[in-house]
Design a protein around this ligand. Structure first.
Ligand SMILES: Nc1ncnc2c1ncn2[C@@H]1O[C@H](COP(=O)(O)OP(=O)(O)OP(=O)(O)O)[C@@H](O)[C@H]1O
Ligand SMILES: [Mg+2]
Length: 450
């Protein structure tokens, strides 16, 4: 059952529409003037709204405008006895779904309801789909990431082993998943094992499984990650942390394409594509004996290197927008904009935790900001911003230097604008202007006479 709202100043139209909708199994609420309709949409939610155009207190198009301004998203169908093309155009621009002319046929009305509700369902499904896909969506704009993504696309299509390298939080797991989803194995499973998170003595049974009674506590047969990943992809995360003994066992499996469960008798063939990742320098580990050279050659077939975020600042604005939208949607928050100066301040930060740190920072910033995220909010959430070495174009570095100089001077002069302006050799009005340009908050600053 759907909840419909009918707005019309003519009591006969209201009664006959309400009756037709109720007979068709819908719930119908009526409003005999625009003001009443506004009251209703403030407190109730409707699946579809029918509104007359010509009404004494307010015309239907202004009503639609005001309902949209209140954040009402339900589809609206306009009905009119004296529709003009101009009205129809205005209504369509405001997102009216349809424009029906009086007299209305019941058949046409019910068909309109059906179509509108189907469209609403489709939109809802699309939103859910996007939210699901969005979790694995890779967002980028920089040239460095364009090259990475081109590599990913090429390598995904084949069967070669891939080794993903990159600092913590650069998106290694996301890329591993993208390789699986872009591969002919996409309908098979994507199974992950974090080699650093499993204690040494458990990793063998995690990877290869065990038979019932294989060791104390093995109460039943357990399928290992290799078998779970059969016909799909096995992602071995933090491979650089794998124990030496396990490295030897993994090497044998990769060479033979067979695993053996603990306590089992005989090999089991598995069809698995292995993708590995590490934040460590594997070559160096090989040199100092921490990683087997033969295994290194087996897995290092196709390296994909994810650059740290500080080397691809071009991705920052699109990532901020992506996370901001996703976080607001999940939490039901009203979207807040990031000012250009705030984004610049974020670009000056070094992001040691890379994209993961950025995601967490965006969430913090959205919580801290009153209306929009400005440089002050960024400074409150990222204490290092001001202190980090400026990077980027000369203009940006000069600007960062100016900002720090003025801020330091304001500190020295105990936030006295007149004194700071004098020390800097500037007119006070010029200093105010500079502060506004550089995003320095001057609220609460004092003048000489204070
Ligand atoms: N380009 C990107 N677009 C969208 N989200 C991203 C991107 N890169 C990373 N993320 C998000 O950042 C977070 C960290 O990514 P991920 O877990 O893949 O990094 P990682 O390199 O595996 O980190 P770690 O080394 O700490 O395991 C995840 O929430 C991921 O969805
Ligand atoms: Mg990871």
């Amino acid at each position: 059952m759907s909840h419909l709202l009918i707005v019309d100043d003519d009591p006969n139209t209201l009664a006959s529409l309400a009756r037709a909708f109720r007979l068709a199994g819908h719930e119908a609420t009526v409003a005999d003037h625009a003001g009443r309709a506004l009251e209703l949409v403030r407190t109730q939610s409707f699946d579809l709204i029918f509104s007359d155009v010509v009404m004494p207190d307010k015309d239907g198009i202004t009503l639609l405008e005001e309902m949209r301004a209140l954040g009402m998203t339900a589809p609206v169908v306009m009905i009119s006895g004296q529709a003009t093309v101009d009205m129809a155009v205005r209504a369509t621009k405001l997102g009216a779904l349809d424009f029906l002319e009086k007299p209305l046929s019941t058949e046409k009305l019910l068909l309109t309801v059906e179509n509108a509700l189907r469209l609403k369902r489709l939109e809802q499904e699309n939103r859910e789909l996007r939210a699901r896909v969005g979790r694995h969506e890779i967002v980028w704009k920089s040239e460095a990431m364009r090259r990475v993504m081109a590599q990913v696309e090429r390598v995904a299509a084949g069967e070669s082993r891939v080794c993903i390298l990159g600092e913590t939080g650069t998106g290694k797991e996301l890329i591993a998943r993208a390789i699986h989803e872009g591969s002919p194995r996409r309908d098979g499973p994507f199974i992950t094992l974090n080699c650093a998170a499993v204690p040494g003595e458990l990793i063998e049974s995690e990877l290869f499984g065990h038979e019932k009674g294989a060791f104390t506590g093995a109460a039943s047969r357990h399928l290992g990650k290799f078998e779970q990943a059969h016909s799909g992809t096995l992602f071995l995360d933090e491979i650089g942390d794998m124990h030496g003994v396990m490295q030897a066992k993994l090497l044998r499996v990769l060479e033979e394409g067979e695993i053996e469960r603990l306590g089992g008798s005989g090999g089991i063939r598995v069809d698995v594509r292995v993708v590995v990742a590490t934040h460590r320098n594997l070559e160096e580990q090989v040199r100092n004996g921490g990683f087997r050279q033969d295994l290194y050659h087996r897995i290092f077939v196709f390296p994909v290197v994810l650059p740290p975020l500080k080397e691809r600042k071009g991705d920052l604005p699109v990532l901020v927008e992506h996370f901001s939208r996703a976080i607001s949607q999940v939490n039901g928050w009203k979207p807040k904009a990031f000012t250009p100066a705030a984004l610049e301040a974020m670009e000056r930060y070094s992001w040691p935790g890379n994209v993961r740190e950025l995601r967490n920072a965006v969430e913090r910033l959205l919580l801290l900001a009153e209306t929009e995220v400005d440089p002050e909010t960024v400074r409150a959430a990222l204490p290092q911003t001001g202190a980090s070495r400026p990077s980027g174009t000369l203009a940006l570095r000069v600007e960062a230097f100016e900002r720090e100089t003025i801020r330091a001077e304001l500190e020295c002069s105990h936030h006295n604008m007149t004194e700071a302006a004098r020390a800097l050799g500037l007119e006070r009005s010029h200093l105010y202007k500079k502060c506004a340009q550089l995003g320095i908050d001057v609220k609460g600053m004092r003048r000489a006479e204070d």
